[in-house]
Design a protein around this ligand. Structure first.
Ligand SMILES: *Cc1c(COP(=O)(O)O)cnc(C)c1O
Length: 392
């Protein structure tokens, strides 16, 4: 959508990510006009009786707040276009519905967000779309009916990092659409389109919004692919409300400083907790013993704010440690300014048996931390003491 009161987009494309996060999509300066994009609740907009282009309507994702946050999101991902959606699941469902028809086949990683797995295994088959879940043998899962590949750039909760090279090659060779959910990575640490992915999706509820106060998603890629997702959004109604778009735009302005701080805090904690007497293992791609450390070093600009910690003594010991936390809060979800802790055993992986979790590498005593932007020494003290049993 061009001509919406923004200018100089060609020039600002060359700016750094922090500048883009703040300035891309912002209003054109005019004397007495607001510096910040105003929140527009209006669902409909004055038009020429016979409009030259498309009619504007909030469900179409063309409210002014949608357009300004879309420009920011596209600039951050290095995409031609972006579409904000009402949730991460809205972004994923609009993308899949736009790219798959009855009779088509999707190959997806087995290590996906639970909600995505539910969509793939519970809903798509009803529509005649077949899905094969893979660990890492993508190639042999591809069939003549395969149309798309779906993967998360960094997996939950083991933080395994996906190498884009073989997937991009496979997608190119076989004419498939490569869709990457980069929620855990954020465009600060990885921009999948630069590596050859066709579409990047996010749960903007997490790092992009960054304050645990807005549920949103984004689809980014070429204009053609984003417009295809928009057609689904118009029909299936996954639009973001204007207030959500406004909050997302505000959150994005601080994305780079937040994520850089989260990268630093999580790295510092990973090192400290690796030497902690009550911890048997720390999962973090910045640690040399992480199975994907070499790849992460090459691929990622930062290792991210997520951390997996296995507590000596199993689930009971982990539960006791969570109850001793005084600053870090126990809650699901991730990516906000506040540090959160949860046990995948009781949240994302609750429907699995102990054996299934063990096969995935989720040992008893596994705590997942989403590290926020608090002072590192306070986080180290709070988590360190809770794990030692010294607090309270
Ligand atoms: C949370 C999450 C989603 C779903 O996002 P919602 O905003 O909750 O709909 C999808 N993918 C990943 C990796 C997530 O963490």
């Amino acid at each position: 959508m061009a001509g919406d009161g923004r200018s100089g987009e060609e020039k600002i494309e060359r700016r750094g990510l922090s500048s883009l996060a703040i300035h891309a999509g912002s209003p054109t300066p005019r004397v007495d006009a607001p510096v910040v994009t105003p929140l527009v609740h209006s669902t409909t907009f004055f038009m020429d009786p016979r409009p030259p282009g498309e009619v504007r309507y909030t469900r179409y994702g063309t409210n002014p707040n949608h357009l300004s946050v879309a420009a920011k999101l596209a600039a951050l991902e290095g995409a031609e276009a972006a579409l904000p959606t009402g949730s991460g699941m809205g972004a994923i469902s609009a993308t899949l519905l736009a790219n798959l028809n009855a009779g088509d086949h999707l190959v997806a990683s087995r290590h996906l967000y639970g909600g995505t797995l539910g969509l793939l295994t519970g809903e798509l088959p009803r529509l005649g779309i077949r899905v094969t879940l893979v660990d890492d043998d993508w190639e042999s899962a591809v069939r003549p009916a395969t149309r798309a590949l779906l993967v998360e750039a960094i997996s939950n909760p083991l933080l395994r990092v996906q190498d884009p090279v073989p997937l991009v090659r496979l997608a190119r060779d076989r004419g498939l659409v490569l869709i990457v959910d980069a929620t855990f990575a954020t465009p600060v640490n990885l921009r999948p389109l630069e590596h050859g992915a066709d579409i990047v999706v996010h749960s903007a509820t997490k790092y992009l919004g960054g304050h645990s106060d807005v549920t949103a998603g984004v689809v980014a890629g070429s204009l053609e692919r984003v417009e295809a997702a928009r057609r689904c959004l118009r029909s299936f109604g996954q639009n973001l409300d204007p207030a959500g778009a406004w909050l997302l735009e505000r959150g994005l302005k601080t994305l780079v400083v937040r994520v850089e701080r989260q990268n630093q805090n999580a790295m510092a904690l990973a090192r400290v907790l690796s030497g902690h007497g009550s911890v048997t293992r720390v999962h973090h791609p910045g640690l040399e013993d992480h199975p994907d450390h070499a790849l992460a070093r090459r691929l990622l600009r930062g290792y991210g704010g997520m951390l997996g910690v296995v507590v000596r003594g199993g689930d009971e010991a982990a539960l006791a440690a969570l109850r001793r936390l005084r600053m870090v809060r126990v809650a699901p979800s991730l990516g906000g300014v506040e540090s959160l802790a949860s046990m995948p055993r009781y949240t994302s992986h609750v429907h699995m048996s102990d054996d299934e979790r063990a096969t995935l590498g989720i040992e008893p005593g596994f705590i997942r931390f989403s590290i926020g932007i608090e002072d590192a020494r306070d986080l180290e003290a709070d988590i360190g003491e809770a794990l030692r049993g010294e607090a309270g």
